[in-house]
Design a protein around this ligand. Structure first.
Ligand code: AGP
Length: 602
């Protein structure tokens, strides 16, 4: 993830860069660093841990006069969180900061080492600065050298580079990782997100993939593969909260839209040609493990349920799921050959944390799947896999759920490979579906507008049933939870096949059924279940790639070739439905009544 800030101007550069980085610290905080061109001297500072450590280290430093500065807050992908691995990375006379992953860094590194470059870090980023200097030494033209460098990089990047070879300039490039330019009368800013420059810049330009250039003498030179580009600045809001919402009405809405992008972060560096790699865990975690118990609350419990289906099906390992508040007092039988997995967005949920402590006391090995590094649950666990969803502000969890499910899917493949329960053909199908997930999470305005229109028919009634089978059953539970959390309407999730065992007694035209009808998983079975409800006059909103004539309302999803891709697409539909119903009812979507983002009480 990582956060980047850059500055061109005559004000105190240290303050501006640190203030910006503070706003981006949520993107990574295992180390931070700054490089400043001060009176023709390149100064730099780095510190491991939170930004406050860097501030302490720089407390006596003050920059003077006009100049350039770049800063970075790191979230490690290649190499441990050490000072040497912290950005900015130094060559002989230049510094670079980078967010993303340079996929061909190994080849580039070997090539540069054979030419005499010496590397001090384990990062992929360091190749950029050495590559730039090798081109510069040859071309004696910093812009041409930077352009040549960018052309050789493969992967995702947002890059800022400063060099003594042209000391009043910041070179920049963006491809796949966020970066923007901010402006006021005589200053230019760079940042990974506009929150870092609000109150400082009045106008902004969001760089597009493939764009690169330089700030030279206060002017922006912008290029892409077709040559020089002009660009139009837009006004930047001065209201931080408004700008953080980036034009969306609520954080929850923004977070639903963000899911495709953050999923890219969740996958980054983990999906390999021949399986899944988790830097955070090693194979000994599973040694001697015979079964898995997953424990969580609320939405995280629903992702745990999905995980259990996947683990038993693909990794052939017995997996049970526990609601943390129940687990704590049921006097569970715990055996040391069980891996105890906790799932939590916040990492601070009291019930989950206490359940984890109980399991540890009983001698179980523990793994947490969490969105917040250094949270209590992460610290308490033997190992942790971070979901990398970024800060989730809406109380109703959306992107955190999506990334939890993805981590569980990847973890399943990791376990399956280790247990030899998956053949290569199946593994390749799964990996290919995983890589298609960011696309499955994208949706267009037409879908959103349709759900907005539909929502007006679902503001009353005596209840909602979300129904689904298999992994779509926990999705039904999650859809119902989302709706009740923010609309305050009664909603239940049910396994579709269970309706006839009781709940169907409620069926009438005022009972709203949201039917999850994937094409790739038991379509005929769920179709019969929905027909039974329709025959009793229930109002049906069907979500499916296949037209369903008994539906009162219908949302058509894509003909995907994998149940998980259908899962993620339908998840978005249920999230948007809850959002639009709640907005129509005039509720505070981000801060629904009676709820809190982090439930640290029993
Ligand atoms: C989700 O929308 C809820 N706000 C809630 O159910 C939440 O998932 C639950 O409290 C668990 O929180 P955690 O993931 O932070 O542990």
């Amino acid at each position: 993830m990582c956060g980047i800030v850059g500055y061109y101007g005559k004000n105190e550069k240290k303050e501006i860069v640190i203030e910006g980085l503070r706003e981006l610290e949520y993107r990574g905080y295992d180390s931070a660093g700054i490089a400043i061109m001060d009176k023709e001297e390149l100064c730099h500072f780095k510190a491991v841990g939170k930004l406050s450590n860097l501030e302490t280290k720089m407390s006596d430093f003050h920059s003077q006069g006009a100049g350039v500065a770049i800063g970075h807050t790191r979230w490690a992908t290649h190499g441990k969180p050490t000072e040497l691995n912290a950005h900015p990375h130094l060559g002989e006379y230049s510094f670079v900061v980078h967010n993303g992953i340079i996929e061909n860094y190994k080849e580039l590194k070997e090539q540069l080492q054979s030419q005499g470059a010496s590397f001090v870090s384990q990062t992929d980023t360091e190749v950029i600065v050495h590559l730039f200097e090798s081109h510069q030494n040859r071309l004696k033209n910093p812009f041409a050298a930077f352009e040549a460098t960018i052309k050789e990089l493969r992967g995702a990047y947002a890059i800022l580079l400063i060099t003594k070879a042209q000391s009043d300039t910041i070179f920049f490039a963006k491809h796949g990782s966020p970066m923007l330019l901010g402006f006021n009368t005589d200053e230019i800013f760079f940042a990974s997100s506009d929150t870092a420059i609000i109150g400082k810049a009045t106008e902004v330009y969001y760089l597009q993939d493939g764009q690169y250039g330089a700030i030279e003498g206060g002017a922006v030179k912008l290029f892409d593969t077709h040559g020089s580009k002009t660009f139009v600045r837009q006004k930047l809001s001065a209201d931080k909260a408004m700008a953080q919402k980036e034009g969306y009405r609520f954080f929850m809405e923004k977070e639903i839209y963000e899911q495709s992008t953050v999923m890219g972060d969740t996958l980054m560096g983990r999906v390999m040609d021949n399986g899944i790699a988790f830097d955070e865990i090693d194979t000994t975690l599973l040694e001697g493990i015979e079964d898995i118990k997953i424990c969580a609350c609320g939405t995280s419990y629903h992702s745990a349920m999905v995980g259990a289906y996947l683990l038993e099906r693909l990794a052939k390992i017995k997996t049970s799921v526990e609601i943390a508040s129940e687990f704590r007092y049921k006097e569970p039988l715990l055996t040391p050959n069980t891996l105890f997995v906790t799932i939590s967005q916040s990492g601070e949920t009291a019930d989950t944390l206490e359940a984890l402590k109980m399991a540890k006391k009983a001698g179980l090995r523990s793994l947490s799947i969490c969105n917040v590094d250094n949270s209590s649950i992460v610290r308490e666990s033997d190992a942790a896999i971070l979901t990398r969803a970024g800060i989730e502000k809406g109380v109703a969890s959306t992107k955190a759920f999506a990334t939890q499910v993805m981590v569980l899917w990847m973890f399943t493949l990791f376990v399956a490979k280790q247990r030899h329960t998956i053949d290569n053909e199946k593994l390749q199908q799964e990996l290919s579906a995983i890589l298609q997930t960011p696309t499955a999470l994208k949706f267009n305005d037409t879908l959103h507008a349709k759900i907005n229109r539909l929502s007006k028919r679902y503001l009353h009634g005596h209840g909602f049933f979300f129904i689904g089978r298999d992994i779509f059953y926990p999705l039904a539970l999650e859809g119902a939870l989302k709706l009740k959390e923010i609309s305050y309407l009664h909603a239940e999730g049910y396994p579709a096949g269970e309706m006839k065992h009781g709940p169907i007694a409620l069926a009438d035209s005022e009972l709203f059924t949201i039917a999850l009808m994937p094409q790739t998983m038991q379509y005929e079975k769920i179709k019969s279940n929905v027909e039974e409800l329709s025959a009793r006059d229930a109002t049906i909103l069907a979500i499916s790639p296949l037209p369903f004539e008994l539906a009162d309302d219908f949302i058509q999803t894509t003909h995907a070739n994998h149940p998980m891709l259908e899962f993620f697409e339908m998840m978005v539909v249920t999230q948007l439905l809850a959002l639009e119903v709640a907005i129509r009812l005039g509720n505070d979507v981000d801060m629904p009544r009676n709820l809190a983002k982090s439930v640290t009480v029993e």
